[in-house]
Design a protein around this ligand. Structure first.
Ligand code: NAD
Length: 421
């Protein structure tokens, strides 16, 4: 039974395993290797207390999953969200393994999350939660073991608290334990924009392959946080017109175009994109089906499903988010001629500059933004071209092509290392 035929909500872990199975089957992967790569190596579940501002104690649940360490330490973000689950974190960790392999950086895949709506916590409570969560997962993280980074609802400040907590435990400053830090603490120039910048490099390559003129293209962006709002700004800088954006409260639309900079300022002031003058309110479901050339999902998983994939009008879907499209929806998009740039390629700019940050931290040698962006561009364009070539050679969509590249690389590394003991 496929994910979407099953009753209830779509489980991201089933989706991730389904995507892996497809690639493993095509690669005719050894059955033993298949079993190894199909499961995470480690899953840590923690329940930890936090003293709230009113003096009460609340217990929160958090996770850190390491999917595969074959090619290097685990790497992957930490998410704060009320809907975080172990299965979601496992899926995100597995996607990180493939993502690092697609862009050829020497990391395995990991991910973390805490079940919390951070909007309901004060800054002090958030700091307490972060420091205690960091303490609980410190038994498996470290600059040579597992290096977290920002994800949904976490940012440079969160990373600074985790770096400080870990450093306090070991008694000296360890910037390389985490990436996405503030520049002043060993963060990298360009990291904040890296996910969106990498996605836009992919869109530029896709447009050139498809003969799509970005100067006249229209764009819709679902999710207006780190990945989405910066992607909107950078695609606007390519000459495209952003016609719709959304956040968790809903979206806004104006077919004549939106002033991205003013909407970023508006969201900062009002906490939502909605209500921006001269726009029509739309829902998060409607934004996906809006008339546009390029759709950038930059929010959460399972947004494009068998139910709405047939109504998508965009010619290109650029997955800044992780897991926004289900396997059934993938098939529908492909059959309809929509060119999807899969998450494990499209949003790999974030982990690539995280890798740069880690290298800079370990060497105590820092690069300027132009250097970071140039190196990022080289890696993203090569990864895009490798994936496109595989897709044309094998006659498969870009996601399957990216999986074929990635799974083969991880399988080779795992096989070469052999089975211990
Ligand atoms: P963020 O917290 O900065 O922003 C998330 C945005 O999504 C917010 O604007 C929020 O309002 C919106 N949102 C939440 N629920 C929504 C919903 N149901 N519908 C529409 N919008 C919704 O997070 P981010 O770092 O930008 O992450 C967004 C996506 O990008 C995630 O899938 C994440 O895994 C992926 N990603 C992020 C990075 C990174 O470096 N930050 C790297 C790779 C991939």
């Amino acid at each position: 039974m496929t994910t979407e035929q099953a009753a209830g909500p779509i489980n991201p872990w089933s989706v991730a395993q389904q995507q892996f199975d497809l690639a493993a089957e095509r690669l005719n992967l050894d059955p033993g290797l298949r079993k190894v790569l199909r499961e995470p190596r480690r899953e840590l579940i923690v329940h930890f207390p936090v003293k709230m501002d009113d003096g009460s104690v609340q217990v929160f649940t958090g996770y850190r999953v390491q999917h595969n360490l074959g090619r290097g330490p685990a790497k992957g973000g930490i998410r704060y969200h009320q809907d975080v689950s172990l299965d979601e974190v496992k899926a995100l960790a597995m996607w990180m393994t493939w993502k690092c392999a697609v862009v050829g950086i020497p990391f395995g895949g990991g991910k973390g999350g805490v079940v919390v709506d951070p909007k309901k916590l004060s800054v002090k409570e958030l700091e307490g939660l972060t420091r205690r969560y960091a303490t609980e997962i410190s038994i498996i993280i470290g600059p040579e073991k597992d290096i977290p980074a920002p994800d949904v609802n976490t940012n440079a400040q969160t990373m600074a608290w985790i770096m400080d907590t870990y450093s306090m435990h070991v008694g000296y400053t360890v910037p390389g334990v985490i990436t996405g830090k503030p520049i002043a603490l060993g963060g990298s120039e360009g990291r904040n924009e890296a996910t969106a910048r990498g996605a836009v490099y992919c869109i530029v390559e896709a447009a050139s392959h498809l003969g799509l003129d970005l100067k006249t293209a229209t764009v819709a962006v679902q999710g207006f946080g780190n990945a989405g709002s910066i992607a909107a700004r950078l695609i606007r800088d390519e000459g495209s017109t952003v016609v719709a954006v959304s956040d968790s409260t809903g979206g806004i639309h104006n077919p004549a175009g939106l002033d991205v900079d003013r909407i970023i300022a508006w969201k900062k002031e009002h906490g939502t994109v909605q209500g921006f003058p001269g726009t029509t309110d739309i829902t998060n479901a409607e934004i996906l089906e809006i008339d546009c050339d390029i759709l950038i999902p930059a929010a959460l998983e399972n947004q494009i499903t068998a139910r709405n994939a047939g109504n998508i009008k965009a010619k290109v879907v650029a997955e800044a988010a992780n897991g926004p499209t289900t396997p059934e929806a993938d098939d529908i998009l492909h059959a309809n001629g929509v060119f999807s740039i899969p998450d494990i390629l499209c949003n790999a700019g974030g982990v690539t500059v995280s890798y740069f940050e880690w290298v800079q931290d370990l060497n105590r040698d820092f690069w300027n933004e132009a250097e970071v962006n140039e190196k990022l561009k080289g890696i993203m364009i090569k990864a895009f071209k490798d994936t496109l070539m595989m897709s044309l050679k094998e006659g498969v969509n870009m996601r399957t092509a990216a999986y074929l590249l990635a799974v083969q690389r991880v399988a080779d590394a795992t096989a070469m290392r052999g089975l211990y003991p």
